[in-house]
Design a protein around this ligand. Structure first.
Ligand SMILES: [Zn+2]
Length: 175
């Protein structure tokens, strides 16, 4: 976890090119811009975008240095959906592709644990979520709202991650 906590600081947040790219991602969806930066900074080792993304959107992610891969999944009705996975590291892309490409979407505990590992969710939070989703925690709602995992009660890891989430969220908002 140590590498994730400190963040990689890969990007120059003051650079015009980075700002322009983030604005382009915000035009698609502000959450996509936020996920992209969290992943660039190593707060999340990889992220998944579950809505369609065209070449323009993929290009914006790549301009930030992210590797991208589109993954085919199926839902219960048999309909095919395309997910986009992105990371600074090819290993995470490969892990995701190997496990999930051309597979049905499932929410089983082993899948949730594996996804938690890929997406940088604290294991304590994932385990509690599997046992009982959305157990009341002590985070202020405005902090819980910007996380992509539900913090467990008295979480020891989430408070260490939060400063990076808050810093990056504030940057994306005013970008
Ligand atoms: Zn936790």
């Amino acid at each position: 976890m140590a590498g994730q906590v400190k963040g990689n600081h890969n990007l120059d947040f003051d650079s015009q090119e980075v700002k322009t790219t983030i604005r382009g991602l915000k035009d698609i969806d502000i959450e996509l811009a936020f996920l992209a930066l969290l992943t660039c900074e190593g707060v999340k080792p990889s992220s998944r975008w579950e809505k369609p993304l065209d070449d323009h959107g993929l290009g914006l992610l790549q301009r930030l240095g992210l590797l991208t891969k589109q993954i085919r999944r199926t839902v219960k009705t048999g309909r095919v959906v395309t997910e986009t996975i992105f990371s600074m590291s090819p290993a995470y892309i490969q892990l995701y592709e190997k496990r999930f490409d051309d597979t049905p979407i499932d929410k089983s505990p082993p899948t949730q644990r594996f996804e938690g590992f890929l997406f940088g969710f604290p294991p304590c939070c994932v385990d509690e979520y599997i046992r009982h989703a959305y157990t009341k925690n002590s985070l202020p709602p405005e902090q819980q709202k910007i996380l992509f995992h539900w913090a467990c009660k008295d979480c020891k890891i989430t408070p260490i991650l939060l400063p990076d989430y808050l810093r990056i969220h504030a940057y994306v908002e005013k970008c």
